[in-house]
Design a protein around this ligand. Structure first.
Ligand code: FRU
Length: 487
């Protein structure tokens, strides 16, 4: 594995031609995706600034051009008219001012003000490498350029450590005020969320205080990417607590999850109902972002996450690229549960039906399984007449659904655990599985649980086998994400 010097990681991209050879080289990788957003070169992490404006969906991702390394971060811009076909638009927010000299870090979008406004963290480092975070504003110009505000909206809060970032902009109709949530770390090294407020979105921001979340005062040492969404009238606090272990998740230390509850902006309290839920039960999912809610998608809350993890190493690191985004998912409440379903539009990408007697599956496919509730097993990516593979199974007696990646030839991030399980109180009725060249997303019982993972099958891992109480139909998926070299 390559070791990067600080100079290499934080090198400024001056001329796109510097990375064209890298783009052309990675285009030949068997692990390049065909209907998932992936980095044009280098590393992709969090989705940012997701919103709809003037007939287009805009989405950005954290991008380091040089390779699979967390170095200088830019916001790379992609657009779509339908949320399934995506076009590369090039770099938007660049780390080119004093307050973001070492990275334009994560943030969110505000729609419905004549343009899309982007709120991001300017990651500033002093010459002695002390970090200072600034909350910054950008207006997305008609031509896709970033029109930066002259100065940050506010700077670092001295009462917290240097870890303060990821502004989420919210408008609360009840108090008629705007709020910015920031993920932060207290000086006693516990994670929390800071709240700023203003009467109007582009100036006048004041620190209000910490978000009170009773019962979660000591839950991880930093909260990244916080957000409060209203789903079918229910408040949800989404965040990524870091450096804690959660039963059933191996040694994984970074999690993306949520609390269901009630948000009161007057008392700055989010009162949770019940426990912390993991958003995705698979191996690779983090930093989820919901689209800014506006008239167009008011009744459709859409979430996209990074299909990756902080501090993790992936097989494509050696090819100088890593990361991709999940498919867009619609969030809904079903009773007291948050349900995630793939957006309907994905059916438009279905091509030919895979014949029932096929011995292999295409590298990009959509699988639908109807299950009777008795035991079943689906082995994907098997080799040599059925050995190995990625095993999905259901054990009726224990109502246990299991995903096991330990039999794949290429194993990675084993510390996260290689098996994930979930008890299905209502049995197993249905599975929808999306496979692209290096990912698998499994939606159980119409979104009751989701298991998202990167996979890196070798050439010979092409077979599949289904046994037990399930019927499967498979479709080849068409390409939908253009890998054009646009910087
Ligand atoms: C989450 C994160 C954010 C930060 C960004 C930097 O993965 O660490 O907190 O803004 O990535 O790329």
């Amino acid at each position: 594995m390559k070791t990067w010097t600080r100079e290499e990681r934080y090198r400024v991209l001056k001329d796109p031609e510097e990375i064209r050879p890298l783009h052309d080289r990675i285009a030949a990788s068997p692990y390049r995706q065909t209907y998932h957003i992936q980095p044009v070169t280098g590393l992709l992490n969090d989705p940012n600034g997701f919103g709809y404006h003037d007939g287009l969906w805009h989405l950005f991702y954290q991008w380091c051009p040089w390779g699979a390394v967390h170095g200088l971060k830019y916001w790379y811009h992609v657009t779509s008219t339908d949320l399934i076909t995506w076009k590369n638009e090039g770099v938007c927010v660049k780390p080119d001012t004093e307050w973001d000299n070492k990275g334009a870090y994560s943030g969110s979008a505000l729609a419905g003000h004549g343009s899309l406004y982007l709120y991001y963290t300017g990651n500033h480092r002093d010459s002695d490498w002390t970090r200072k975070s600034y909350t910054c504003l950008v207006r997305l110009g008609e031509d896709g350029t970033a029109q930066k505000a002259e100065a940050p909206l506010f700077g670092p809060n001295p009462d917290y450590t240097e870890h303060q970032r990821d502004p989420k902009i919210i408008h609360d109709p009840k108090t008629q005020r705007y709020y910015i949530l920031l993920g932060a770390q207290r000086k006693d090294k516990t994670g929390c969320c800071l709240v700023y407020t203003s009467k109007e979105p582009f100036s006048g921001w004041l620190f209000l205080g910490e978000l009170k979340v009773p019962g979660f005062e000591d839950f991880g040492d930093m909260w990244e990417c916080p957000s409060i969404e209203q789903i079918n009238g229910q408040d949800i606090l989404l965040f990524c607590p870091q450096h804690l272990t959660i039963p059933g998740r191996g040694n994984a230390r970074n999690h993306n999850g949520y609390l269901i509850g009630h948000m009161d902006y007057e008392t700055l309290t989010f009162t949770p109902i019940g426990r912390f839920h993991v958003l995705d039960r698979g191996f690779d999912s983090y930093a989820a972002e919901c689209a800014a809610t506006i008239h167009h998608n008011k009744d459709r809350a859409i979430l996209i996450a990074w299909m990756g993890l902080p501090d993790a190493v992936y097989p494509t690191d050696d090819e100088d690229w890593s990361g991709c985004l999940t498919l867009p998912r619609v969030l809904r409440m079903r009773g007291r549960r948050l349900i995630q379903t793939p957006i309907e539009e994905l059916k438009l990408l279905r091509g030919d039906v895979v014949p029932q007697d096929a011995k292999t599956l295409p590298r990009a496919c959509d699988l639908e399984l109807h299950c009777g509730g008795q035991d079943m097993e689906l082995h994907l990516f098997t080799r040599d007449g059925g050995r190995g593979g990625f095993i999905i199974s259901y054990d009726h007696e224990h109502q246990l659904f299991t995903v096991d990646r330990s039999h794949m030839k290429r194993r990675f991030n084993n510390g996260e655990g290689e098996v994930r399980k979930r008890v299905l109180e209502n049995g197993l009725q249905q599975l929808r599985i999306f496979i692209d060249h290096s990912s698998i997303e499994i939606f159980v019982n119409d979104g009751d649980a989701v298991f998202t993972s990167r996979i890196f099958p070798k050439e010979e891992e092409t077979g599949y086998q289904l046994s037990g109480d399930a019927m499967m139909k498979a479709w080849q998926m068409r390409s939908a994400v253009r890998d054009d070299f646009v910087i």
